[in-house]
Each structure stands twice: as structure tokens, then as C-alpha cells.
Design a protein around this ligand. Structure first.
Ligand code: CTP
Ligand code: MG
Length: 553
């Protein structure tokens, strides 16, 4: 409870400059060394999926409607929690209601109606609207339940974040505050699981066992408020044959597996576009190595990337969840590096020839496996593989072995590194400013760089699919910009002077918008944003993680 309250407080304005170090210690003492509070990834997923099954999302007139809504919903079963947020430009108000039991949701849905309009597609889902009562004598509201969070989907404004950071006493404290103030909150995670659940429920008629697994930053612990939802849809559960004699009749496709999968994705994309409430801006990117459907779920205010079949992204999220939980400094450090990269224009929301957040995250993790001049903070993947038990065996559909220790409470790794976040950040910039990118590949499997297997400007070995380069998309110009910005950052952060207009990590963010990505520099006219969109579209249509020759020219 204390932890949750704390997460809430740190999002509130007016607590600027409050010393969090003491409270953080109070909450985390002993946690990272003995991993007392570690919850394995698939247990977290299970809990979140259960929450989503027990929840409905209701559009209301304003947050004040929650009492009336609670009184109304209580007739269907006991309510556990209610969360309020706003979405859209107008904005619209929503309340997420979590019941104690899934059966209550079923009862609610049994009584729900559609509005009388021949234009609507009469879909049934857990996304509802609470219309005003025709009956003036509304039932007396007796409840004591309070909203767990109000306006809970709103990231801290840049201005407030800046003044919070400005008021800190040390760079390490700034990094912690940045992490605590910008990380995805509990409601954000719930909304992403509800968005995934919408797909499962919609397909449940013909695929009753379908599961939509959220993965990526919204579940691996590296997500910030407003991060996208990456979700992989599996139409059936893995089931080992136990000798049943009755087998389903199914359709078999005559064409190649890839073509079939593209056709299926196309159909599901149309289905989302035509039938699912709140889903708009559907785009199908079917030529990519991993075909995806992108859409915006406006009721939950979440950008979604849906793929099908392959679980490797989910297992990767599990691995990142483990590394992120191994030491309390890992996530804050990743956050500050990602924020810096965004501010200086190294990353942006569109795919292209620039580095991605995922690649940056792996760079930080690789550095923490081997910080300059100090003991490692993270174990290598090979160490986790060696410690894997029989319950840790996971193999993807295409045969990739993703077995590694899933429960770090069994980890014998002792981090003897006591460096603070400030010195780790400086060491990170030092490490990569002098890294031999032309000869070496970053490799988290053995915690040490290896000779580059192929000539790509930046090579980060995909830890789970070792034949792939995670950063294959990065052009030589973008790598050069990365290196240059790292040197600038190193210089800026070492100026310890307390400036009134931004000191410490704020001085890293000063270069905002200084340079356009180099690939854009030769393209005339138009705004930066429009040009990025054009390039990204070209890029998406070809390969998400490969550099198409046409784009280059
Ligand atoms: N992924 C992967 N290999 C890649 C790219 C992505 O395995 N070459 C997986 C990772 O698990 C990653 C997830 O796909 O976390 C989602 O990718 P993406 O959305 O690009 O990155 P996130 O980590 O979710 O970061 P962001 O907050 O920017 O969305
Ligand atoms: Mg993502």
C-alpha cells in the first residue's frame, strides 16, 4: 500500500524537491540484494490478465459520476477499485471499475443495451457508456469507496518535471525523480491489458482459447507514461497432446506459412477497423520481418502494435524484466538515457534509420554487465541460461530456445558495485564514446563485446535470437550522431555548476531539436515532423528492422 501511495505522491505537483532518497531506502532496503519482492514475469502477466477480466471501462459525464456509477454497479457484485482518467481532446471522462469477481462483469454485460440507431455496429464489449438516469430519484449513495486515482492517465507536464529536477540536491536524485515521475503507472498498465483483452474477447467466438499477450516496455518495467502497447495474438494455447481421441476439424491453408499469416493479419486488421469500438487509424504493415497491425485505441488512449504467433518478444520482455529487477539502479539509468536520447533528437516515435529505445535499453544493460573500472551490476545471459531449471524451458514456435532462469530469487549473483547513479551515467557515456563500433558488436550473452559478425554500423546481438542484429536499421550517420551526442553529454554532465536555468541532467536535455536526423538533411522544405512521417512510412512499408536500399537513395 505504501509503495502504491508513494507512486501516486510522486506524480503529484507541489512535492517538488522532497527528499525521496530516505523513503526509497525505506521501501527498497534489502529488496534488490535478496529479491524478496520479486514477482516472476508470467505471474505478473497472469495477475494483470485477471484484473482485466474483472474490469469494465465506463465513459461518464465527469469524475463526480463515480459515486452514482458505483451504486449502480454494486448491484452486480462487490467492487474492488475504481480509477478515473481523461482521454481525447474534448476530453472525455472514463472510470475503470474492477470487480472482486469476473462473474460480476458477465452479469453487467447481460443487462447492457445498445442505443437505438441503425447506423451503429451492435458490438458487445466491456467498453461501456453510463447514460444519465431517466429516473430522478436515483438510489441513495451509501458507499465509502474512493477513487484510487483521479486523472490517472496524465503524464507530468514538462514544466513540472523540470522544476522537480531543478530542485534536487544531486544528479543521482534527479535520475531517481525522473524515473519515479515518468514511469508507467498502475492505471496505465491496466488500460493496456484491457486493450489487449478487447481483442481476445472480440475473437472468442471462433477462437475461444485466443490470448493477446502484452509485451515490450508496458510490461518489462522500462515503460513510461504514454508508452505504446505491443501485443502478440495467439489463437490457441500450447497444449501437449495427452491422447485425446476427439480432434477439431480445422481449415488448412495451401499457401506458404508467411502468406497465410499475412492474409490472417489483413483480415484481423479489417475486423479491428470495422467492428471494434474505439479502434481507429488502423494501418497494416505486412511486409515487415514481423508483420504488424498498428491502431489507436481512443477509449484507453493507447497506441497499439499487434503481431501474431511468435512469442520471442514476450520472452525478451521477461528477460528485460529480470535484468531490470536485479538492481534498483537499472531502470532509473535506462530512463535517463532514453530521455536524453529523445531530447537531443536521437530517437523519435517513428521507425527509421535511427536508434530505437529498445536498442538503447540493451546498450545500458550491456554496459551494466561490464561497467568501466568497477564490478558488474548485471549477470550475463549465459549465467542465467546455466541456472535455468526444468520450469524455465521455453521454446518459440520457430525453435528458438528461450530458456533462462526466470526466478531471480534463485540467483547467486552478488553485485559488489556501489557506484551511485551519477557516476554510472558518466561511465556509460565514457564507455560508449570510446567503444569500437567499427570492429565490435555489443553482446549481452557473454557480457563482453565480440567481433562483429557482419558489417552493420551498429551491431547489438539479439540475446535470444543470436543470428539477428537488433540495431540493423541504424545508419552510419546516425551512429556518428549518437557518438557525438554522447561526447556532448559527457562534457555537459561533468560541468557541476548549479545553473538557475537547468543543471545536472537538465543540462543534457538542452540540445533539444538541435539537429535533424542526418538522413533528412537533404530532403527539402516541409516541417521536421512531416518529413519524419514520410520517411517512416517508406521505411515501414519495406522492413521494420532492415534498411531498404530505396530509402537510402
Ligand atoms: N523486440 C525484439 N527485437 C527487436 C525489436 C523489438 O525482441 N529487434 C521486442 C522487445 O521485447 C521490445 C518489444 O519487441 O521490448 C517492443 O518493441 P518496441 O515497442 O520497439 O520497444 P519497447 O521496448 O516497447 O520500447 P518503447 O517504449 O519505445 O515502445
Ligand atoms: Mg513498445
Amino acid at each position: 500500500l505504501l509503495k502504491r501511495r508513494w507512486a501516486h505522491w510522486t506524480n503529484l505537483e507541489g512535492i517538488k524537491g522532497m527528499k525521496i532518497t530516505f523513503l526509497k531506502r525505506l521501501l527498497h532496503e534489502g529488496e534488490t540484494k535478496e529479491y524478496k519482492h520479486f514477482v516472476p514475469f508470467f505471474e505478473v502477466i497472469k495477475t494483470r490478465q485477471k484484473q482485466a477480466k474483472q474490469s469494465i471501462l465506463v465513459q461518464v459525464q465527469s469524475k463526480k459520476s463515480y459515486k452514482e456509477l458505483e451504486t449502480y454497479c454494486s448491484q452486480y457484485g462487490a467492487i474492488k477499485e475504481m480509477f478515473h482518467y481523461k482521454a481525447g481532446k474534448e476530453p472525455l471522462h472514463f472510470i475503470l471499475v474492477e470487480f472482486q469477481k469476473e462473474a460480476s462483469v458477465m452479469k453487467v454485460l447481460r443487462d447492457c443495451e445498445h442505443i437505438q440507431d441503425s447506423q451503429i455496429v451492435p458490438v458487445e464489449s466491456t467498453f461501456l457508456w453510463f447514460r444519465a438516469s431517466k429516473n430522478n430519484s436515483v438510489k441513495k449513495q451509501t458507499s465509502q469507496l474512493v477513487l484510487t486515482i483521479e486523472n490517472g492517465n496524465c503524464p507530468l507536464s514538462e514544466e513540472n518535471l523540470r522544476s522537480k529536477l531543478q530542485a534536487c540536491d544531486s544528479i543521482s536524485e534527479q535520475i531517481e525523480i525522473l524515473y519515479e515521475s515518468t514511469k508507467l503507472n498502475d492505471l496505465g498498465v491496466r488500460l493496456r491489458f484491457l486493450s489487449a483483452r478487447q481483442i481476445e474477447v472480440a475473437l472468442s467466438g471462433i477462437f475461444p482459447s485466443a490470448v493477446a499477450f502484452p509485451f515490450g516496455s508496458c510490461v518489462n518495467g522500462f515503460g513510461k507514461m504514454n508508452c505504446d502497447l505491443d501485443v502478440v495474438l495467439r489463437l490457441t494455447k500450447d497444449k501437449i497432446s495427452d491422447g485425446n481421441r476427439l480432434i477439431y476439424h480445422c481449415k488448412a491453408s495451401g499457401t506458404s506459412e508467411r502468406l497465410t499469416s499475412q492474409r490472417h493479419m489483413e483480415t484481423i486488421g479489417d475486423f479491428i477497423h470495422l467492428f471494434l469500438p474505439g479502434c481507429s487509424q488502423v494501418r497494416k504493415i505486412l511486409q515487415a520481418r514481423v508483420p504488424i497491425i498498428k491502431y489507436y485505441q481512443q477509449l484507453t488512449d493507447v497506441e497499439c502494435d499487434l503481431s501474431m504467433g511468435n512469442m520471442s518478444g514476450v520472452y525478451m520482455s521477461d528477460l528485460l524484466h529480470i535484468w531490470g529487477s536485479t538492481d534498483a539502479r537499472v531502470r532509473p539509468l535506462v530512463f535517463v538515457v532514453r530521455k536524453w536520447a529523445e531530447e537531443v533528437g536521437l530517437t523519435n516515435n517513428f521507425p527509421g534509420r535511427w536508434i530505437t529505445n529498445f536498442s538503447l535499453t540493451l546498450m545500458v544493460l550491456a554496459f551494466l554487465q561490464k561497467p568501466k573500472n568497477s564490478p558488474p551490476i548485471l549477470p550475463s545471459l549465459n549465467t542465467l541460461v546455466k541456472l535455468a531449471g526444468s520450469n524455465d524451458k521455453y521454446i518459440t514456435e520457430d525453435g528458438t530456445d528461450c530458456s533462462f532462469l526466470r526466478d531471480i530469487r534463485k540467483l547467486k549473483f552478488k553485485a559488489e558495485n556501489n557506484e551511485d547513479l551519477e557516476s554510472l551515467l558518466i561511465q556509460f557515456f565514457e564507455y560508449y564514446s570510446t567503444f569500437e563500433f567499427d570492429k565490435k558488436a555489443i553482446c549481452l550473452n557473454q557480457a563482453t563485446p565480440i567481433t562483429k559478425p557482419e558489417h552493420n554500423s551498429l551491431y547489438i546481438v539479439n540475446p535470444l535470437e543470436r543470428g539477428l542484429n537488433v540495431s540493423k536499421n541504424v545508419s552510419p550517420e546516425e551512429l556518428e550522431r549518437l557518438r557525438l551526442e554522447m561526447r556532448n553529454a559527457l562534457w555537459a554532465i561533468q560541468l557541476k555548476e548549479k545553473k538557475a536555468d537547468g543543471w545536472g541532467i537538465l543540462s543534457l536535455f538542452e540540445n533539444r531539436g538541435r539537429q535533424f536526423p542526418s538522413i533528412l538533411s537533404n530532403i527539402p522544405v516541409k516541417s521536421h515532423h512531416t518529413r519524419l512521417m514520410e520517411i517512416s512510412k517508406l521505411f515501414e512499408e519495406e522492413h521494420l528492422d532492415m534498411v531498404p536500399k530505396e530509402t537510402e537513395s
